[in-house]
Design a protein around this ligand. Structure first.
Ligand SMILES: Nc1ncnc2c1ncn2[C@@H]1O[C@H](COP(=O)(O)OP(=O)(O)OP(=O)(O)O)[C@@H](O)[C@H]1O
Ligand SMILES: [Mg+2]
Length: 303
């Protein structure tokens, strides 16, 4: 497996404020990796450390095979910052040209690449207007084009779909999916879980500067099993615990998490063996939102 991001114990403290306590993760080439967590969890700081924009207090890492912070590690990386800012007197085309030159894209290739990217982010018609006339969504889309100007092998996108209308979000999602088709790795932060679910191969959950859970979204999460029974006794609840984690019970219902869908017939067989009356057994794939709330725990729900 070729890893494009490898981090071990990366830590960042601002004075006595620990923004990232321990970032240890690996992202494989071609993966679309989602980085989730509540406000202030340390997502942006972690991303900036990987980009070499924030110097780690401890730990080490490699990006695209080179040590974090080195020029080589940044060379084929693209970045859409959380709050993309630029000179508002420039036109969209000029901004892309400027970033293309910064990245050493030759003049001939630049013109063609810019036209292609402007079309991808649906800004061809606005290309020669000054940026101060762009809406928030247009600025965000231009920021994405900027991140891709030098054909990076890895892109870091800090909330790429924030501020976008549904059409803009679908457009950005399609661009990310196209990147995957080209074998480009994307590492992105988002609070819009529907977008994450739509494009990510894998996600990590960050809480107070630490990754507390990682899961593939391709293989599906552990499903939720909703049982409706004649009666839910303490014995049944105890017995069911050996098949998975009980999430909630009422007098006649049990919601539990099983490891795989294939465990469901076993649960049902066991219940029948116990003489339980089964009125219903339904398997649900939990939404990423459910998983997020479950992973973060009740103390993060208030905001
Ligand atoms: N330059 C800084 N100086 C001091 N504290 C900082 C600095 N940058 C970030 N922090 C703190 O570090 C913590 C993590 O911030 P960070 O911006 O990485 O979070 P985030 O997960 O990206 O949040 P959000 O979802 O709101 O964008 C926060 O408590 C923040 O206040
Ligand atoms: Mg952030």
């Amino acid at each position: 497996m070729a890893w494009v991001i490898e981090a071990e114990g990366l830590r960042k403290a601002f004075g006595d404020k620990v923004a990232v306590a321990d970032l240890s993760l690996r992202v494989a080439e071609g993966e679309i990796f989602g980085f989730l967590g509540p406000n202030g969890a340390g997502k942006t700081t972690a991303m900036k450390m990987l980009l070499g924009l924030v110097r780690p207090t401890a730990g080490r890492g490699r990006v695209l095979g080179h040590p974090v912070g080195s020029r080589e590690s940044r060379r084929w990386a693209g970045f859409l910052p959380e709050h993309f800012r630029f000179h508002d007197w420039m036109t969209g085309r000029e901004l892309l040209d400027f970033h293309g030159r910064l990245h050493g894209v030759g003049a001939a290739a630049r013109g063609e690449r810019i036209a292609d990217l402007l079309a991808q982010v649906d800004l061809t018609d606005a290309a020669d207007r000054p940026l101060r006339t762009y809406s928030k969504g247009m600025q965000q889309r231009l920021g994405l084009a900027q991140a891709l100007i030098h054909r990076p092998r890895l892109v870091f996108l800090d909330e790429p779909t924030s501020g976008l209308d549904p059409i803009g979000r679908i457009l950005v999602r399609d661009i990310i999916l196209r990147l995957r088709g080209e074998g480009i790795t994307a590492f992105f932060n988002s609070h819009i879980l529907g977008d994450v679910e739509a494009v990510c191969d894998r996600v990590a959950f960050l809480k107070r500067g630490q990754i507390i859970h990682e899961t593939s979204l391709r293989e599906g999460f552990a499903p939720e099993l909703h049982l409706t029974l004649g009666a839910v006794s303490a014995e049944l609840v105890n017995g069911l615990a050996s098949f998975g984690k009980t999430l909630r019970t009422t007098e006649r219902e049990v919601w539990m998490r099983v490891a795989a869908e294939a465990d469901v017939p076993e649960v049902v067989r066991w219940l029948v063996g116990q003489g339980a009356a089964i009125y219903g057994a339904r398997v649900q794939r939990p939404s990423l939102e459910t998983l997020f709330l479950e992973t973060m725990g009740p103390d993060e729900r208030a905001g």
